[in-house]
Each structure stands twice: as C-alpha cells, then as structure tokens.
Design a protein around this ligand. Sequence first.
Ligand code: FES
Length: 124
Amino acid sequence: MSSQTNIDICASTEIEEGGKGKRFPVTVRGDDTSGFVVRYGGQVYGYLNRCAHVPVELDWFEGEFFESSGLYLMCATHGAVYAPDTGKCEGGPCTGAHLRKIMTVERDGRIYWRPDELVKAAEA
Ligand code: FES
C-alpha cells in the first residue's frame, strides 16, 4: 500500500472539540495496535495510541483522551499530559517526550489517516 493512501476513519462530526476522539486500527512492526484522532482548535490531530512513558494505550475509556479541561490529552495510566497539537508531554513521567504523530486529512466531512514507514494499515 502506498504512503499516499488515505484510509477512512470516521465522519468529521464523530469527534468533538476537546472531547471524544476516535480510535482506528493500525499495525506497528507487525503488532496490532491503535491510532486515534482528536479535534483541538478546530483542527484534527492524529497520534499512535501509545504513551511516551510506557508503551500502553492512553485512553481510560474508549475514545476518551482529553482530561477534564479539554486542553490536554492525558494518559490514563500515570497521568502524563500531552499538548493536543504537538503531542509533546507537558507534565508527568515523560515530560518533553512526544507522542508519535500520524498524518490525517479532513475532507468532505470525513477524516482519513495515512500510513507511513512505521505505522501501517491493519490487515483486513
Ligand atoms: S504509561 Fe502513560 S504516564 Fe506512564
């Protein structure tokens, strides 16, 4: 599959500004895992669903990535907080580290992601 392939995730209306995000299946070095998209400042941001501290998924409940203020993404395990637009850890055990970004495209009311050299499409 080419790196320019856009893979459909969901309708634009399914993710809320500073609120519920959406997970999608990916593979990384042959392991099935997930990515996620969130909306912040009107923009869509995509990341690998893997904390920069210990490689666990971030969401405490499926699709719940933001902490209560809606300003930071938070890891459910030890509470690391990440800036939604840069993926940089702004507080917690991995301060200064980054979430792995995934390229996203929003077009005609749908959100898509693009596989890259690390994050690949999950097998159907
Ligand atoms: S695993 Fe995310 S903060 Fe420790």
